[in-house]
Design a protein around this ligand. Structure first.
Ligand code: CAA
Length: 387
């Protein structure tokens, strides 16, 4: 059987953040509630000239620069914070990156889960056409109401992945366990900018979905718990991943080893929730930050999207994978950021309202080369400032 999976992956995060101690002060609570109780330190904040498209193009650019665009004939864009009800955000990215015109392009949505079916579909496709590659991008801005309990779990990031036959990073195992249930734990009607969320209920359903997906994974012939070296979870906040890891170990009737999950939380603690990108950010974090060479080892991957759909699957890290990581770039993206105070955060949080169709020129602030330069007559104008 042809091996398929992730040939290369890279992420992007905007260059501004608010430290959660500032939000704790604003909420009048102990900062340890966020650093320990939620397990988060910073929230990444996109500027007004950044969005899911610019972050996606920034995340994908290093992959195209290093591995070229030949054979990419499909772009799958996973997001739950789409910028248009009709047009796929991937079409803008396709132009910004100069991808071949003979390419299919579609956006997928199911809360934080949609990058996982994108990868499964892409793996099936490249198994059929091993000379082709698929660009899968997960990009999201997690934004909750000001002063709400969800506010400390905001964030933003994009992860780009090249899916191919004979991948250089992680082979995706065809066995997976899935679970769907129709619930209202977190949702965002078309007319709202921020989601409605039943936070505590959502955390309980997440844990339940983990066990249901795990049982299905086992029933389908998945790996035994003891065969999995590292676990990556969807991380709305890192403490959720810790709870998930304990919960799964208990279901597998084994002693929990937090070291198997903690490397996956390092980047997320500094970035916050990135919805569809979150579990893949955890995978990058694990590959970049594990002291042990993970070549040949199995990674357990748990993807959850409210509403709700969950999937547990596994990937095997390819020996020599370290030659294909972007670790230095990733660390610099996180380390070289500017902190904003609460006032600065409020300005970034407020939306630009282009609803009347008149022109809005956006401040040139993004640190990357791709920017949303203006919105005019209801059209978004993205530019490559290096072109
Ligand atoms: N020091 C240390 N810990 C403290 C503390 C202190 N001073 N004060 C409180 N804590 C602890 C609490 O004991 C609690 O710990 P446990 O979870 O172990 O009980 C933790 O901090 C959280 O405090 P609260 O229980 O008071 O919870 P909250 O009202 O602050 O809300 C939340 C937390 C529900 C996660 C909220 O942030 C939220 O609604 N977030 C958005 C929804 C979400 O992320 N859901 C996750 C599952 S759904 C999903 O995964 C999809 C998605 O991406 C959205």
């Amino acid at each position: 059987m042809i091996k398929t999976g992730i040939d290369a992956m890279s992420f992007y995060v905007p260059h501004r953040y608010i430290g959660l101690e500032s939000l704790a002060e604003r909420h009048g609570i102990d900062p340890e509630k966020f650093s320990k109780g939620i397990g988060q330190e910073k929230i990444a904040l996109p500027g007004h000239d950044e969005d899911i498209v610019t972050m996606a193009a920034e995340a994908a650019k290093p992959l195209i620069d290093k591995y070229g665009a030949d054979g990419i004939d499909t772009v799958l864009f996973a997001t739950e914070t789409g910028i248009d009800q009709s047009k796929s955000a991937g079409i803008y990215v396709h132009r910004l990156l100069g991808l071949p015109a003979n390419c299919r392009n579609v956006e997928l949505k199911q809360a934080c889960y949609s990058a996982t079916p994108a990868i499964q579909l892409a793996c099936g496709y490249v198994a059929r056409k091993p000379d082709r590659r698929v660009l899968v991008i997960a990009s999201d801005v997690a934004r909750y109401e000001l002063d709400s309990s969800g506010e400390p779990t905001q964030g933003a990031a994009a992860v780009a992945m090249l899916i191919s036959a004979d991948p250089r990073l992680v082979e995706i195992d065809p066995v997976s366990g899935c679970f769907t249930e129709d619930i209202m734990d977190f949702w965002r009607p078309n007319y709202r900018r921020t989601p409605l969320v039943d936070g505590k209920y959502s955390a309980l359903r997440y844990l339940n979905a983990l066990i249901e997906a795990w049982r299905d994974y086992q029933a389908n012939g998945g790996l035994d718990y003891s065969e999995i070296a590292r676990f990556c979870y969807h991380l709305p906040f890192s403490r959720m991943g810790e709870k998930a890891h304990r919960h799964l170990a208990k279901a597998a009737k084994t002693q929990v080893n937090m070291d198997q999950a903690l490397p996956g939380m390092i980047y997320n603690r500094q970035i916050g929730n990135s919805y569809a990108a979150s579990m893949y950010l955890a995978l990058i974090s694990t590959l970049d930050n594990s002291d042990m060479d993970l070549g040949g080892k199995a990674m357990g991957l748990f993807s959850y999207g409210s509403g709700a759909v969950a999937e547990f699957f596994a990937g095997r890290v390819v020996p020599g994978y370290r030659d294909h990581l972007f670790t230095e770039r990733h660390r610099a993206l996180i380390d070289e950021r500017e902190q904003v105070d609460y006032e600065g955060y409020l300005k970034l949080w407020q939306a630009v309202d282009p609803g009347d169709g008149s022109e809005r020129i956006l401040p040139d602030e993004a640190r990357g080369r791709y920017r949303l330069a203006s919105i005019n007559e209801h059209q978004r104008h993205y530019i490559d400032s290096a072109a």
